[in-house]
Design a protein around this ligand. Sequence first.
Ligand code: SF4
Length: 259
Amino acid sequence: MLAATGRIDFRTFLFSNVGHDSEHPGTLDYIERYAAPYAARHGIELVELHRRPTRGRSAGQVETLYSRLMRDGSRSLPIPVRMDNGAPGTRSCTVDFKIKNIGRWLTANGASDTNKATVGIGISLDEIHRVNARRAMPYEVPVYPLLDHDPPLRRQDCEGIIRSAGLPVPPKSSCWFCPFHTPQRWAEMRRDEPDLFAKACHLEDTLNARRDELGKDHVYLTRFARPLADAIPVAGAMLPIFDVASDDDALCDNGACFT
Ligand code: SF4
């Protein structure tokens, strides 16, 4: 909306889709029903990117994050699953399925060390701490249009701008199985999207069955060191203290997830 009304000067927007089976269905639905038609109506280029490995048997084909997690015999654990102590493990998902995709598109379209692309990151004033840890890629100059706006925009301001354009507010973009979800978000999924919650339980069980075969400790999608179905009550049945905001510290500082 800011670009459509000339308040920021960006004509191309990139959406790196981690997979039709991995990105939250609400985000994919929003892109199809609202974002893409709105962009087309206002002459804005909205480019959807997918990961396509360049080597191996599946070279050139779209690979999704969920399919990588569920592949038979896979030892790959690219998402930030949580260990017994609740801390998230290292992850490669954001780099492999978002940052590299975006980098590939930028360099294919002329970005380089000597001809850097200006890349706008949608971090709002409420999340300004996420800017600090972000490292620029050699082919880009990151800018923060929501922070540079006069006045700087909070998430609530952005929601108001979206509503005033006659569109519904989109959900935060993330994978439906992301271990960075807060307990509240999991509890709402259990209440409102029981099939998706069951699928997340199945994913966690599958990862742990595989780890049993390898003689490794279990991993979890929440910080409670218990299976998702035991750890998360249905929303509304949860004590407020259960949902402390400390998980925000673990969010993706790059701005590629959760913006
Ligand atoms: S949303 Fe979570 S699981 Fe998905 S790419 Fe980002 S960090 Fe990884």
